[in-house]
Structures are given as structure tokens and as C-alpha cells.
Write a protein that binds this ligand. Sequence first.
Ligand code: 13P
Length: 254
Amino acid sequence: MKKGKKLIVANWKMNPGTAAEARSLFLASRRAAAEARRLSVVVCPPFPFLSLFSRLANGVISLGSQDACWRNGGPYTGEVSPEILKDIGVTISIIGHSERRARGETDDIVSRKAQAVVREGITALVCVGERTRDENGDFFATLREQIKASFSKVQRRFLSDIIIAYEPLWAIGRNWRDAATPEAVREAAIFIRKVMADIFGDAGAQALVLYGGSVGPENAQALLRDGDIAGFLVGHESLEPDAFAWLTQIANDL
Ligand code: 13P
């Protein structure tokens, strides 16, 4: 990730189904990234595909993981450590995605994982977001608690290796029309940086915030222009080469 550049992170989730498809999608994403040199573009494929792309990344595009273990080495069947991820070229790890939190990942585990990856020199992209929005604004309290708990074990010196993704659950996996509005994203981003400043002091207010939740070429421009964010965490539209190329071009040209 390069300083000062907008950041687009593609979260492929559990897609595609074969290495051949993954390779072709990766090469298409790399072409899109090559046409958008004012952006940093990161692709987070399923774990087994990561090492296939180590040598293909070429400085044009970076590799990210969708998760990481909170330990390096040991009897943790099925887990992948930050040390292994670092060795195969991963620069960013998504931590605490809502789809993992839904399977029992607690704020405490998120906090341990965030600490483990930053210690390894990997940027922790920590996801937070409310399940529903209420008119009284109670969701702000939910966000605050989630952020405080998710960073409880992260030392201040690692602040520059932390990015927060605001991913409201109600906006994930839908049509772009159902995504959060630029105003809602802006409000959340300002609030998140305020809470980060409460935890880490003034420097916390500089934390980078991404938005994720039904981002596509149709809403990318308005969200980036008015959402007060540093970029996007993109799900299903990152699996569509044309849409992803269009999205990155829009972000690049802004
Ligand atoms: P969608 O872009 O499919 O809504 O997914 C968002 C997300 O969960 C990215 O991590």
C-alpha cells in the first residue's frame, strides 16, 4: 500500500471455485490495477490461491488475506499464521469480517488477530459495522463498543498499520441502490476516527477508513467524493472483471 493513494481492496470471499478461474480473475484485476496507477489495489483470494499469485503480483497489485490466526506456529489445525502469510507476500489481512464474526469470532479474538498481524508487519484491515440502523442513532454506540474492543490489545505504535473498514451488515451483498449513502458513510467515518482518537490519542484521528457494502461502479464516485473515506472494500463486484475495471478507473480518475 502506498501512502496518500486511495485504496481498493477486493474481497473474493469463497470464490471462485477453481485455480484456473482464480488465475484468470487475478490477471484481469492486475490489468485493472495497471490502468489505475493512482490507486493501491489489493486482492484477497481464498487462502489456497494466495501462493499462486505471489509471483504474479509484480508490484502493480498487492496480496491480502481474508483472515489470519492470532498465533505464529503451534497446534492450531486449519489456521494460517501471520508468519506464513508474510512469507507468501501478503501485505494486508482482513480481520473481523462480519461473516466471520457471525461464526463466533469475538471482539477479543479480533483484537488478538489484529495485534498478531501488525507485529508481523502486515496491515490489519479491521471490519466494523452495525447490523441495523435505528432512528435514535443507537448504532453509534454499537460501533464505538466494537471499535474499542477490537483494538483493546493493539499498541499505539502500530497505529499506522491499522485500517478500519466500515461495513454495515445491512448493506452487504446487495444492489448498489441498497448501499449506504455517501452522507451515512461520511457520518460513520467521522465517528470512527473520533473513537480512534479516543483510544489512541490525536494520531488516531488520522486512521484510514474504507467503506464496504454493495460498492460498484454506479455508486463509487459519489461515495469516494462525499463519503470522507480512503477507499473501498469490495465484495461481489470484484468478481466481475468489467465492473471491477470500471470501478477502479472511476476511483483513479477522481
Ligand atoms: P459486497 O460488496 O458483496 O456487498 O460485500 C462487501 C463485503 O463484505 C466486502 O468485505
